[in-house]
Ligand binder design. Sequence first.
Ligand code: SF4
Length: 310
Amino acid sequence: MNAVWIDEAPAAADTTANSLKIERETHKLEKRLCREVGKAIVDYNMIEEGDKVMVCVSGGKDSYALLDILLKLKARAPIHFDIVAVNLDQKQPGFPEEVLPKYLSDLGVDFHIENQDTYSIVKRVIPEGKTTCGLCSRLRRGILYRVADELGATKVALGHHRDDMLQTFFLNMFFAGKLKSMPPKLVSDDGKHVVIRPLAYVAEKDTVRWAQHREFPIIPCTLCGSQENLQRKQVGEMLREWDKKYPGRVENMFTALQNVVPSHLLDGTQHDFKGLKATGVADDDGDKAFDTPSFDLLSQAPSALRIVQG
Ligand code: SF4
């Protein structure tokens, strides 16, 4: 009998301590998500007074997280804006069409489900075995822009996060020869809409944890039967590996995207190399000729990786 009491008491204490720890961590995660999304919105002036933000919800963890955090921020924002959640049901076989309407009704958010059978079009047009994503996403984009017009949305919000942006940056460098990422805010290719990515500062691992905590009813993204983009997957794995092996590297790379120095790259359209003349004024950012650049890793704060030449 004693043994039972003695055995049980620490276990119960452990459980309480554990659940308190989880609660604390979750609270910290929520605060971090709200802070990062709020900061991105302010830094890039993503949402303004009177905006109607169309949040594209696919049923994946990131778009659920985006909607969830935007609703929290809306409740305490110093400005008024409206949110309308939109899902495009592309009629992929097995798409559980009842999941999102139920989730969004329970949430009490204004929403619209757009039913368009792009799946059949893609299957009809693209030969068997060829990748369908190009046409599929073009069709989806056109439909979502039209829906944004019909709903009177002034902003279109997408659930891409920091790691999507870094992946895109590397993919553009590796395969397109461009220093180009996925922007936090840009006018759409039809010139008519402002597209925003409020999760720009959010790490994917945080949307994973938030989705688990909130138990979002995730809809798998493999319903169309298309192959996952292998190159994006590989770059994603490379970044996750670096994150494990070299803590801080991913944060520094992301910071670098916000600290571009055109005079130290080679693009003549971004910096006037041809017209360059000596100014006679000393500048610490000027060329230090034969000095070998070294990197002051000790000062490696998320906001800065200083190049020290010396
Ligand atoms: S994975 Fe499927 S649904 Fe997604 S873009 Fe490609 S074809 Fe379309």
